[in-house]
Write a protein that binds this ligand. Structure first.
Ligand SMILES: [Zn+2]
Length: 406
């Protein structure tokens, strides 16, 4: 079994070791050493990365109690050789900060809310714990966060000890381990005793800060996401920049951004309601004008036919205009407009008018390689290409088709 240097000293990131075994597996290489500072993925904490000699360590796993270093290429590494190992300290420190931060946060949840931590996940971006707690209020989260950060600021000593089950049973362990035998207990002086084989800094001050980001319901109760140390600083940095940009954009102080955004939302809502009303009035007015014009062009004709084409007009708008004209009775509306990467057409007729808009639309679209259809009273269609001349053509074809009928 290889000696694990990180148990006694989590700051050892350079070491020399003997290569005990090398094996090829699925195009990668697995290396066993007599001693290692590489932490294997376990207990919710991702593995360390780094190098063995000049070979890159791409994964570290634990198998049958042994630490297996996974390499993409051996770079000359062979059994019996002595090799220098280097652990990526930035990654290790990040994991140590998040991991000890988790101990502090979990202990604080237990002390403040009697809430047990039943899960922990340390991801590349987010860190979460699952609590056996139905829900959490803002005030409770603040209290827990305050306690965890108080322990950070007091810079308490963090140590670990190997204990027999008998020794462990005398300690105020936060949770009991699921395995038998000798236990490694991580102790935050006068605050928390937790069985754990992960890597932790030796003082709470190195965690920097513990910041809860949010929480959501999960299978076990509540999942809390949080960040510690440099991750929390980076998070603060971009959020501060985002809030500052919003404050500048809204010409308010950063603290007033939420209220200003609310006010803008309400203003937008009332504006869009006013626009809807104005649009409806404009459509009514336009419908009346178009009907009057068409009646003047062909006095006494039934139904009166309103045929128009438009450059760049929304489909919804010509649809509403056509429906408004049809609703006034005794009319047919034939519209086409350029927009949405092609030409759209809407045909509508009043109740009591015999023409079938669905049939008319299908026939015209088939002749133009377009698509369309609807009901006898209202149909819409379109062709992918073309401009104003195509819009005019669609309307002209519809007019011809209607006037050619008896
Ligand atoms: Zn731990």
């Amino acid at each position: 079994m290889s000696a694990r240097l990180y148990y006694d000293d989590p700051y050892v990131v350079e070491f020399v070791a003997d290569v005990l075994a090398v094996a090829e597996c699925d195009g990668r290489y697995e290396v066993l050493l007599d001693r290692t500072a590489f932490y294997p993925t376990s207990g919710g904490q991702p593995c360390d990365l780094g190098t063995l000699g000049s070979a890159e360590v791409v994964d570290v796993v634990e198998r049958d109690g042994r630490v297996v270093h996974v390499l993409r290429s051996l770079e000359g590494l062979e059994r019996g050789q002595t090799v220098r190992g280097r652990v990526d300290y930035g990654r290790r420190l990040d994991h140590m900060q998040q991991h000890l931060g988790q101990h502090l946060l979990s202990a604080a949840f237990e002390k403040v809310l009697d809430a047990e931590t039943v899960g922990f996940h340390l991801g590349a971006e987010t860190v979460t714990i699952d609590l056996a707690l139905p829900w959490l209020t803002e005030h409770q989260a603040d209290q827990v966060e305050d306690l965890a950060n108080q322990i950070v600021i007091e810079n308490r000593r963090v140590s670990s000890a190997w204990c027999s089950p008998q020794e462990a049973s005398k300690l105020p362990l936060r949770r009991f381990p699921d395995r038998q035998g000798t236990l490694r207990v991580v102790i935050v002086h006068d605050f928390d005793y937790s069985p754990c084989c992960g890597t932790h800094p030796q003082s709470t001050g190195e965690v920097g800060i513990v910041k809860i980001l949010g929480w959501e319901r999960s299978r076990s109760g509540t999942r809390v996401s949080f960040l510690c140390g440099h991750r929390a600083l980076r998070d603060y940095r971009w959020k501060n920049a985002a809030l500052s940009a919003l404050a500048r954009g809204l010409s308010v102080a950063p603290a007033d951004v939420p209220a200003a955004v609310m006010r803008q939302g309400e203003h937008l809502h009332s504006l869009s309601r006013r626009i809807e009303k104005l649009q409806a009035a404009a459509i009514e007015h336009e419908a009346a004008r178009l009907l009057a014009e068409s009646r003047a062009e062909s006095p006494g004709r039934f139904p009166v036919i309103v045929a128009r084409w438009f450059g760049d007009r929304e489909l919804d708008e010509i649809k509403e205009l056509a429906a408004t004209i049809a609703a006034r009775g005794g009319a047919v509306a034939l519209f086409a407009a350029v927009g949405d990467g092609g030409v759209r057409a809407v045909f509508a007729r009043s109740d009591g008018v015999g023409e079938d808009m669905n049939v008319l639309m299908k026939v015209i679209m088939a002749s133009l390689d377009g698509k369309g259809g609807g009901t006898p009273a209202l149909a819409q269609g379109g062709v992918r290409a073309g401009g104003l001349d195509m819009a005019q053509r669609i309307v002209s074809l519809a007019l011809e088709s209607l006037s050619s009928r008896p």
